[in-house]
Design a protein around this ligand. Structure first.
Ligand code: BTN
Length: 242
Protein backbone atom coordinates (compact mmCIF):
# COMPACT_ATOMS: atom_id res chain seq x y z
CA UNK A 1 0.00 0.00 0.00
CA UNK A 2 1.41 3.39 -1.00
CA UNK A 3 0.57 6.49 1.02
CA UNK A 4 -0.21 9.56 -1.11
CA UNK A 5 0.38 13.20 -0.21
CA UNK A 6 -1.01 15.74 -2.66
CA UNK A 7 -0.27 19.45 -3.12
CA UNK A 8 -2.05 21.73 -5.60
CA UNK A 9 1.20 23.71 -5.85
CA UNK A 10 4.67 23.17 -4.44
CA UNK A 11 8.21 24.35 -5.23
CA UNK A 12 9.55 20.83 -5.87
CA UNK A 13 8.25 17.47 -4.66
CA UNK A 14 11.86 16.26 -4.35
CA UNK A 15 12.75 19.25 -2.15
CA UNK A 16 9.70 18.64 0.04
CA UNK A 17 10.66 14.98 0.36
CA UNK A 18 14.27 15.66 1.33
CA UNK A 19 13.30 18.42 3.80
CA UNK A 20 10.76 16.14 5.51
CA UNK A 21 12.41 12.76 5.05
CA UNK A 22 12.39 12.00 8.80
CA UNK A 23 8.62 12.19 9.10
CA UNK A 24 7.66 10.59 5.77
CA UNK A 25 6.77 6.89 5.85
CA UNK A 26 8.37 4.29 3.61
CA UNK A 27 6.42 3.94 0.32
CA UNK A 28 4.90 7.41 0.28
CA UNK A 29 4.38 9.38 -2.90
CA UNK A 30 4.31 13.19 -2.88
CA UNK A 31 2.65 14.63 -5.97
CA UNK A 32 1.55 18.05 -7.12
CA UNK A 33 -0.44 19.73 -9.87
CA UNK A 34 2.18 22.42 -10.30
CA UNK A 35 5.82 22.73 -9.30
CA UNK A 36 7.19 26.25 -9.32
CA UNK A 37 10.84 25.16 -8.98
CA UNK A 38 10.90 21.70 -10.53
CA UNK A 39 14.46 20.37 -10.69
CA UNK A 40 16.00 18.21 -13.39
CA UNK A 41 19.29 16.32 -13.42
CA UNK A 42 22.57 18.23 -13.32
CA UNK A 43 21.01 21.39 -11.93
CA UNK A 44 18.64 21.92 -14.83
CA UNK A 45 15.15 23.36 -14.48
CA UNK A 46 12.29 20.92 -15.03
CA UNK A 47 9.16 22.35 -16.65
CA UNK A 48 6.17 21.07 -14.66
CA UNK A 49 2.89 22.20 -16.19
CA UNK A 50 -0.53 21.43 -14.75
CA UNK A 51 -1.87 17.92 -15.35
CA UNK A 52 1.59 16.49 -15.88
CA UNK A 53 2.98 13.95 -13.49
CA UNK A 54 5.27 15.59 -10.93
CA UNK A 55 5.83 13.02 -8.22
CA UNK A 56 8.44 11.86 -5.72
CA UNK A 57 8.29 8.36 -4.35
CA UNK A 58 9.99 7.95 -0.98
CA UNK A 59 11.48 4.56 -0.16
CA UNK A 60 13.19 3.52 3.02
CA UNK A 61 14.77 0.16 2.28
CA UNK A 62 16.44 -1.53 5.23
CA UNK A 63 19.99 -1.60 3.92
CA UNK A 64 23.15 -1.33 5.95
CA UNK A 65 25.93 0.97 4.74
CA UNK A 66 27.74 -1.72 2.77
CA UNK A 67 24.53 -2.43 0.82
CA UNK A 68 23.60 1.16 -0.04
CA UNK A 69 25.03 0.74 -3.55
CA UNK A 70 21.97 -1.43 -4.26
CA UNK A 71 19.81 1.66 -4.59
CA UNK A 72 21.77 2.57 -7.75
CA UNK A 73 19.77 -0.01 -9.67
CA UNK A 74 16.65 2.08 -9.02
CA UNK A 75 17.96 4.64 -11.53
CA UNK A 76 17.59 2.14 -14.35
CA UNK A 77 14.66 0.23 -12.88
CA UNK A 78 12.43 3.33 -12.74
CA UNK A 79 13.11 4.01 -16.42
CA UNK A 80 12.21 0.41 -17.31
CA UNK A 81 9.02 0.67 -15.25
CA UNK A 82 7.95 3.85 -17.09
CA UNK A 83 8.71 2.26 -20.47
CA UNK A 84 6.57 -0.74 -19.50
CA UNK A 85 3.66 1.52 -18.51
CA UNK A 86 3.84 3.51 -21.76
CA UNK A 87 3.80 0.28 -23.77
CA UNK A 88 1.37 -1.89 -21.80
CA UNK A 89 -1.19 0.75 -20.90
CA UNK A 90 -0.96 3.27 -23.77
CA UNK A 91 0.63 1.26 -26.61
CA UNK A 92 3.39 3.86 -26.88
CA UNK A 93 6.91 2.65 -27.62
CA UNK A 94 9.63 4.50 -25.73
CA UNK A 95 13.38 3.99 -25.51
CA UNK A 96 15.75 4.80 -22.70
CA UNK A 97 18.54 7.30 -23.22
CA UNK A 98 21.25 6.30 -20.73
CA UNK A 99 20.88 6.45 -17.84
CA UNK A 100 17.21 7.20 -17.41
CA UNK A 101 15.63 9.61 -19.89
CA UNK A 102 12.50 8.27 -21.56
CA UNK A 103 12.36 9.13 -25.23
CA UNK A 104 9.54 8.78 -27.77
CA UNK A 105 11.37 8.93 -31.07
CA UNK A 106 14.08 11.50 -30.41
CA UNK A 107 11.91 13.58 -28.10
CA UNK A 108 12.00 13.38 -24.33
CA UNK A 109 8.75 12.41 -22.64
CA UNK A 110 9.86 11.73 -19.06
CA UNK A 111 12.80 12.30 -16.73
CA UNK A 112 13.87 10.84 -13.41
CA UNK A 113 15.85 12.49 -10.61
CA UNK A 114 16.90 10.08 -7.89
CA UNK A 115 18.35 11.45 -4.66
CA UNK A 116 19.46 9.65 -1.53
CA UNK A 117 19.46 11.13 1.94
CA UNK A 118 22.27 9.71 4.07
CA UNK A 119 23.13 10.77 7.63
CA UNK A 120 26.44 9.47 8.90
CA UNK A 121 26.41 5.86 7.81
CA UNK A 122 22.67 5.50 7.74
CA UNK A 123 20.41 5.68 4.71
CA UNK A 124 17.44 7.88 5.62
CA UNK A 125 15.67 7.32 2.36
CA UNK A 126 15.66 7.32 -1.41
CA UNK A 127 13.65 9.89 -3.35
CA UNK A 128 12.59 8.92 -6.83
CA UNK A 129 11.50 12.12 -8.54
CA UNK A 130 9.55 11.41 -11.69
CA UNK A 131 8.36 13.95 -14.19
CA UNK A 132 6.21 12.79 -17.09
CA UNK A 133 4.88 15.02 -19.82
CA UNK A 134 1.27 13.88 -19.82
CA UNK A 135 -0.74 16.87 -20.98
CA UNK A 136 1.52 19.56 -22.43
CA UNK A 137 0.35 21.64 -25.37
CA UNK A 138 2.61 22.45 -28.32
CA UNK A 139 3.26 25.98 -27.01
CA UNK A 140 4.57 24.67 -23.66
CA UNK A 141 6.64 21.98 -25.38
CA UNK A 142 8.39 24.65 -27.45
CA UNK A 143 9.26 26.56 -24.24
CA UNK A 144 11.29 23.59 -22.96
CA UNK A 145 14.06 24.44 -25.40
CA UNK A 146 15.01 20.80 -26.11
CA UNK A 147 13.15 18.28 -28.24
CA UNK A 148 10.24 17.10 -26.07
CA UNK A 149 6.85 15.50 -26.49
CA UNK A 150 3.89 14.64 -24.31
CA UNK A 151 1.64 11.59 -24.02
CA UNK A 152 -1.52 13.53 -24.95
CA UNK A 153 0.14 14.68 -28.18
CA UNK A 154 1.07 11.08 -29.07
CA UNK A 155 -2.39 9.74 -28.18
CA UNK A 156 -4.42 12.67 -29.50
CA UNK A 157 -6.37 12.89 -26.23
CA UNK A 158 -6.01 14.07 -22.66
CA UNK A 159 -4.39 11.71 -20.17
CA UNK A 160 -5.70 11.16 -16.64
CA UNK A 161 -2.80 12.00 -14.31
CA UNK A 162 -4.13 10.11 -11.27
CA UNK A 163 -4.68 6.99 -13.35
CA UNK A 164 -1.14 7.21 -14.76
CA UNK A 165 0.28 7.59 -11.25
CA UNK A 166 -1.57 4.48 -10.04
CA UNK A 167 -0.38 2.45 -13.04
CA UNK A 168 3.20 3.58 -12.43
CA UNK A 169 3.09 2.68 -8.73
CA UNK A 170 1.50 -0.71 -9.42
CA UNK A 171 4.18 -1.58 -11.99
CA UNK A 172 6.96 -0.23 -9.77
CA UNK A 173 6.15 -2.45 -6.80
CA UNK A 174 5.76 -5.61 -8.91
CA UNK A 175 9.53 -6.18 -8.84
CA UNK A 176 10.82 -3.67 -6.30
CA UNK A 177 11.66 -6.20 -3.56
CA UNK A 178 13.28 -8.51 -6.09
CA UNK A 179 15.31 -5.63 -7.51
CA UNK A 180 16.71 -4.75 -4.10
CA UNK A 181 17.83 -8.36 -3.64
CA UNK A 182 19.18 -8.94 -7.13
CA UNK A 183 20.27 -5.50 -8.28
CA UNK A 184 20.63 -4.36 -11.90
CA UNK A 185 21.03 -7.91 -13.26
CA UNK A 186 17.27 -8.43 -12.76
CA UNK A 187 16.49 -5.96 -15.54
CA UNK A 188 19.76 -5.78 -17.47
CA UNK A 189 18.54 -7.54 -20.62
CA UNK A 190 15.26 -5.62 -20.72
CA UNK A 191 17.11 -2.34 -20.14
CA UNK A 192 19.51 -3.10 -23.00
CA UNK A 193 16.64 -3.98 -25.33
CA UNK A 194 14.96 -0.68 -24.54
CA UNK A 195 18.18 1.34 -24.83
CA UNK A 196 18.39 3.99 -27.53
CA UNK A 197 22.03 4.68 -26.61
CA UNK A 198 23.67 1.34 -27.44
CA UNK A 199 25.40 1.28 -30.80
CA UNK A 200 25.38 5.06 -31.17
CA UNK A 201 28.21 7.55 -31.29
CA UNK A 202 27.99 9.49 -28.04
CA UNK A 203 29.86 12.17 -26.14
CA UNK A 204 30.31 11.99 -22.39
CA UNK A 205 32.13 14.07 -19.82
CA UNK A 206 34.26 12.41 -17.14
CA UNK A 207 35.86 14.71 -14.55
CA UNK A 208 35.53 17.67 -16.88
CA UNK A 209 37.12 15.85 -19.83
CA UNK A 210 35.00 15.04 -22.88
CA UNK A 211 35.14 11.63 -24.55
CA UNK A 212 33.60 10.58 -27.86
CA UNK A 213 32.99 6.97 -28.63
CA UNK A 214 30.55 4.26 -29.57
CA UNK A 215 28.26 3.05 -26.79
CA UNK A 216 29.07 -0.65 -26.92
CA UNK A 217 27.59 -2.09 -23.73
CA UNK A 218 25.90 -1.59 -20.39
CA UNK A 219 27.80 -3.44 -17.67
CA UNK A 220 26.49 -5.33 -14.63
CA UNK A 221 26.33 -2.11 -12.61
CA UNK A 222 24.32 -0.25 -15.26
CA UNK A 223 27.38 1.75 -16.31
CA UNK A 224 27.85 2.74 -19.93
CA UNK A 225 30.81 1.18 -21.71
CA UNK A 226 32.23 3.39 -24.46
CA UNK A 227 34.59 2.31 -27.19
CA UNK A 228 36.81 5.35 -27.75
CA UNK A 229 39.10 4.33 -30.64
CA UNK A 230 39.59 0.86 -29.14
CA UNK A 231 40.10 2.26 -25.66
CA UNK A 232 37.35 1.38 -23.20
CA UNK A 233 35.88 4.11 -21.01
CA UNK A 234 33.33 3.40 -18.30
CA UNK A 235 30.80 6.13 -17.68
CA UNK A 236 28.95 5.91 -14.41
CA UNK A 237 27.40 9.31 -14.02
CA UNK A 238 26.49 12.50 -15.82
CA UNK A 239 24.89 13.22 -19.13
CA UNK A 240 25.64 12.00 -22.59
CA UNK A 241 24.79 13.54 -25.91
CA UNK A 242 23.99 11.41 -28.91
C1 BTN B 1 15.55 15.08 -15.65
O1 BTN B 1 15.27 14.45 -16.66
O2 BTN B 1 16.40 15.99 -15.69
C2 BTN B 1 14.88 14.71 -14.36
C3 BTN B 1 13.55 15.40 -14.19
C4 BTN B 1 12.88 15.05 -12.88
C5 BTN B 1 11.66 15.90 -12.63
C6 BTN B 1 10.89 15.44 -11.43
S1 BTN B 1 9.29 16.15 -11.33
C7 BTN B 1 9.08 15.54 -9.72
C8 BTN B 1 10.40 15.68 -9.01
N1 BTN B 1 10.53 16.98 -8.39
C9 BTN B 1 11.51 17.70 -8.95
O3 BTN B 1 11.83 18.87 -8.62
N2 BTN B 1 12.09 16.99 -9.93
C10 BTN B 1 11.52 15.69 -10.07
Amino acid sequence: MVKKIYFPEIASTNDYASENIGSIEDRTVIFADIQTKGRGRNGRHWFSGKNNLSASLILKPQLNFSQVYKVNALVHYTAVVLARVFKKEYSIETRIKWPNDLMAGFKKIAGILIETVITGESLQGVIIGTGVNLNLDEKSLKKIGRPATSLNVLLGKEVNRDEFLDLFLKEFFLQYDELLMQGFSLIKEEYKLKSMTLGRAVKAAISGKEYSGIAKDIDDMGQLVLDCNNEEKIINTGDITC
